[in-house]
Design a protein. Structure first.
Length: 258
């Protein structure tokens, strides 16, 4: 299983496109906007990156009650905070990617499934105009993440089995603007989360699915979701897939270098 992402990366690398090969003006503008955003805002989040560095030095061992597909890196549910930061948290460039796409939406109702240590939560909270709802099933992760994102008053951290807490949350929502699905990395869970979301999405919503090439099951879920009628544009950045829903678009799919 550990070799699967590596083999898929080779395929991704051979198929990826750059901005000069993009025929769609919309996709070109989105992609160039992402590149500019990464370059222009990269120095502006030193406090969050200082937090990352502190976590990378944190030798505390915590117990993870993993409710999903487990980990390729860890053979035990006891893990150092430093190792979780290194292997389970997004890199800075992908945190900026999630933040960029969130900023393209109204960002009134922002959802993150899988808080982990809260690094991506901090990035998303920076551009959230309403409230960021971040869901996590591992109690000891929540204890650490709550301290990390505590200064962001526009954030609500929801502890519990996401398969139970997320449907309850959706009952009270009219629409959802941005969703980052990064929890319970299985075919069944990923498909279930998206199917529950569909009726809450609108033309300007963005959904990002993490680790789409992590396993055969995740790839299958990504392929099925991106071909659904509601999805008009899908962007494969290897570590994640981005979905847009603008109704006037001809359905398109791109594999993009990042």
């Amino acid at each position: 299983m550990k070799f699967f992402p590596f083999l898929q990366y080779i395929r991704y690398f051979l198929q990826q496109e750059d901005r000069h090969s993009l025929q769609s003006p919309l996709v070109y503008n989105i992609y160039q906007g992402l590149k500019n955003y990464r370059n222009e805002t990269s120095p502006h989040f030193s406090e969050i990156e200082n937090l990352r560095q502190r976590l990378l030095r944190d030798q505390r061992v915590i117990t993870i009650n993993d409710l999903g597909a487990g980990s390729l890196q860890f053979g035990s549910n006891k893990r150092k905070v430093a190792d979780i930061t290194r292997y389970s948290c997004s890199s800075k460039k992908y945190s900026l990617l999630y933040q960029y796409f969130c900023s393209l939406t109204p960002a009134t109702t922002v959802v993150e499934l899988g808080t982990c240590l809260g690094i991506n939560s901090c990035y998303l909270a920076e551009v959230t105009q309403g409230c960021l709802y971040t869901f996590e099933g591992a109690e000891e992760l929540v204890q650490i993440a709550r301290k990390n994102i505590g200064e962001y008053k526009n954030t609500q951290l929801i502890l519990g089995d996401i398969s139970k807490t997320f449907p309850i949350f959706l009952q009270d929502q009219t629409t959802v603007d941005f969703v980052f699905i990064d929890a319970n990395h299985t075919y069944e869970h990923t498909l279930s989360y998206f199917n529950q979301l569909k009726e809450k999405l609108h033309a300007n919503s963005v959904v990002i699915i993490g680790d789409i090439h992590w396993s055969k099951g995740m790839e299958k879920a990504w392929e099925e979701i991106r071909q659904m009628e509601e999805v008009r544009l899908s962007l494969d950045f290897f570590e994640c897939g981005v979905l847009l829903f603008k109704e006037n678009l001809v359905r398109q799919h791109y594999i993009l270098a990042y």
